[in-house]
Design a protein around this ligand. Structure first.
Ligand SMILES: [Zn+2]
Length: 454
């Protein structure tokens, strides 16, 4: 009996070893296919250079939807379709900022950008500027000190937090909270030091929080160098700013997520999905944020089809609409998954840039994390080793409620917030090798989850 058990154990270990060997060679050909013949970089060139930035509701976003559907079909998806989502339609309009520094006779222009979703003044607002370093410092000010003033929030992105996504998490309240907080104390405008890591004069936009019942005031971001100048001037005192913003929220627009699918051979109603968001801010070209995640997701479909890989579970690439200022696409996808009783085994998001992949954040129970971590040897040759994070992403998060395991591609984070939400987020900032390597890492995880489940 003992002997029989031993033989069975031996057989089993031999079987799993040979299985792992065949998995290794399949995954190596998948990774090779993407590195040697991947089309994601060329797809990103077309998306970013022929369409450009594509804020939800804009004509460019509509063009991007049509591009996504066509590209998904060219990649060989068994089926590709559009999933409707009603999205907000914010437009920026004319805007400028001028400052009068102590000792100077006139106003000089300062490079700026309005914060997304903010409602413009429509006419110039001129007022003295007061500076605070932190929200706590602002909360201590009396309404009398704030009334009639433009408040400059001079909080610096923390360079000592090594993972810049954590640094972003620390600083983001300075983009979200000031418009309402300042208006409630009678202030007439907000200027923030951009939430970004760059040492340049490039302002970073991004969504802010507006409340219907609170008066709307201009809220703008300035670049690192502009903020340094304004900071030095405020220390001397006597700074006045003049600001015009014209942001408007137009009626919602019918837009779409783009979905491409390869039908699973054994569990067709179980899904492993990989996605990025198709919309971007109305600056730059939306290359790293998040054209990269879109073309990487499409690349998985292309490589599977090219190699004739038939996954056991259905695999989808999803280009989500409206991540930046409403997440309507993410909710439309999750609602549809519930309505159609689709079991999502794993949802992977790539929305942290197309830089060298380092790992995956995992938002899932411990036993599922252990399974993913057991696959580490398949990732190490790509330099992908870090499975310690817990963040997946905004677009996949609504799927978590129905029990899907969530994961987020975690690339090297050092340069992302230099260009995030700026004019500098352009195609030429993307490395074709790093982009493809990220796609290869995602494809590896997609195949393993589609083969073995979670
Ligand atoms: Zn993004």
């Amino acid at each position: 009996m003992k002997r029989l058990l031993f033989s069975l154990a031996y057989l089993f270990s031999f079987f799993s070893f040979s299985l792992a060997q065949s998995d290794s060679s399949l995954l190596k050909s998948l990774q090779d296919e993407i590195m040697l013949h991947g089309t994601c970089y060329e797809n990103l060139r077309v998306l970013t250079q022929s369409i450009g930035h594509r804020l939800s509701g804009s004509p460019q976003a509509e063009k991007a939807v049509q591009w996504g559907l066509k590209t998904m079909r060219e990649a060989g998806a068994d089926t590709a379709w559009l999933q409707p989502a009603l999205v907000p339609h914010w437009v920026r309009g004319n805007e400028w900022l001028q400052v009068k520094l102590p000792g100077s006779k006139g106003f000089e222009p300062m490079r700026m950008t309005s914060l997304g979703n903010s409602i413009g003044s429509g006419k110039p607002v001129e007022a003295p500027v007061i500076m605070v370093q932190t929200m706590d410092e602002f909360y201590k000010l009396s309404p009398a000190a704030v009334a009639g003033k433009i408040v400059f929030f001079n909080y610096r992105f923390r360079q000592d937090i090594i993972n810049t996504f954590e640094g972003y998490g620390d600083a983001i309240k300075y983009r979200i909270l000031p418009p309402v907080a300042v208006a409630q104390k009678g202030g007439v405008g907000v200027i923030i030091r951009s939430v970004g890591t760059g040492v340049d004069d490039v302002p970073h936009t991004g969504v802010t929080r507006i409340v219907d019942s609170v008066r709307k005031i201009p809220c703008v971001a300035i670049g690192y160098l502009g903020a340094n100048r304004l900071e030095a001037a405020c220390r001397q005192g006597g700074v006045t700013a003049r600001v015009l913003t014209s942001g408007k929220m137009l009626p919602p627009v019918l837009s779409y997520n783009v979905i491409g699918e390869i039908k699973g051979s054994e569990f067709p109603n179980e899904y492993v999905i990989a996605g990025g968001h198709l919309d971007s801010w109305d600056v730059g070209q939306g290359a790293q944020d998040d054209g990269a995640g879109c073309v990487q997701s499409i690349e998985i479909i292309r490589a599977f089809k090219k190699l004739g890989i038939r996954p056991k579970r259905s695999v989808r690439a999803v280009l989500f609409m409206n991540e930046e200022n409403g997440s309507k696409g993410a909710h439309a996808y999750a609602d549809s998954a519930v309505a159609r009783h689709e079991k999502h085994v794993l949802a992977i998001e790539s929305d942290a840039g197309g830089f060298s992949p380092r790992g995956f954040g995992m938002d899932m129970p411990l036993e599922k994390k252990s399974i993913v971590r057991s696959w580490l040897p398949y990732f190490l040759p790509m330099g992908v080793y870090d499975f310690s994070g817990e963040d997946a992403g905004v677009d996949v998060s609504p799927l978590g409620k129905s029990g899907a395991a969530l994961a987020g591609l975690y690339p090297d984070s050092q340069r992302y917030f230099d260009i995030h939400h700026t004019d500098e987020d352009r195609f030429d900032k993307v490395s074709h090798r790093e982009l493809k390597l990220g796609a290869a890492a995602m494809a590896t995880l997609v195949w393993l989850a589609s083969q073995y489940g979670l």
